[in-house]
Design a protein around this ligand. Structure first.
Ligand SMILES: [Zn+2]
Length: 208
């Protein structure tokens, strides 16, 4: 499999980009990884990169976007931060990836059993992590059930995973409201912005 070129990138529609990611995750789950020579792709991309997708995912060691979507060198921009939230630096990176470098889709990818989401559910505080978790807290507050405070913590994995999904949705809302550049591209049909959840127990990505 060759690295993407300006021509192959241009030929991919936003919907095609989503299909490519779905196919890649299917290959990953089925242990049917594409045949690629990564060093050959290094050589092919040395003079330029033409990735088709931008993935915002967690730093979690189990959620490497290139691996779980079976992608190679030069295929995706991968932004990673605990709890897959956005701030102005992440948004700036995405604007570069889409507006200047031509990617056709943004996937905000949460995952099950996310430690950052657990921390937000437990209202954990430590150093700079406190500020980061404050960006996930609105998702905790936006999940009404269970009402019993004793069930609204990391001990309730169902609650944690529901908050993680809500956090993906709210991150997408934040992209649309805080980045007029990306909102306009989405409205013009130049990019898709979609949410997904990665299941750490089986390797599968589901889309919202
Ligand atoms: Zn995580």
């Amino acid at each position: 499999m060759n690295a993407h070129t300006k021509e192959t990138q241009a030929a991919i529609s936003p919907q095609n980009a989503l299909e490519l990611l779905k196919e890649g995750n299917k290959r990953f789950v089925e242990k049917d990884s594409a045949d690629r020579d990564l060093l050959q792709q290094v050589a092919q991309t040395a003079s330029g990169q033409y990735p088709f997708a931008t993935i915002l995912s967690c730093i979690d060691s189990r959620v490497s976007a290139e691996l779980i979507f079976d992608q190679g060198v030069g295929d995706i921009f991968s932004a990673r931060v605990a709890g897959n939230i956005v701030n102005e630096d992440i948004l700036g990176s995405m604007e570069f990836a889409c507006k200047l470098a031509g990617t056709k889709i943004i996937v905000v990818l949460g995952h099950t059993a996310c430690g950052a989401v657990k921390g937000a559910c437990d209202d954990a505080k430590m150093g700079n992590l406190t500020e980061l978790l404050s960006k996930i807290k609105p998702a905790v507050d936006a999940v009404p059930e269970p009402a019993d405070a004793s069930q609204r913590n990391s001990g309730n994995i169902g609650f944690v995973n529901t908050v993680a999904e809500k956090n993906v949705q709210m991150t997408i809302d934040n992209i649309r409201t805080q980045s007029p550049v990306l909102k306009e591209m989405e409205d013009n049909g130049e990019i898709l912005i979609v949410g997904g959840m990665y299941d750490i127990s089986n390797g599968k990505v589901s889309y919202m």
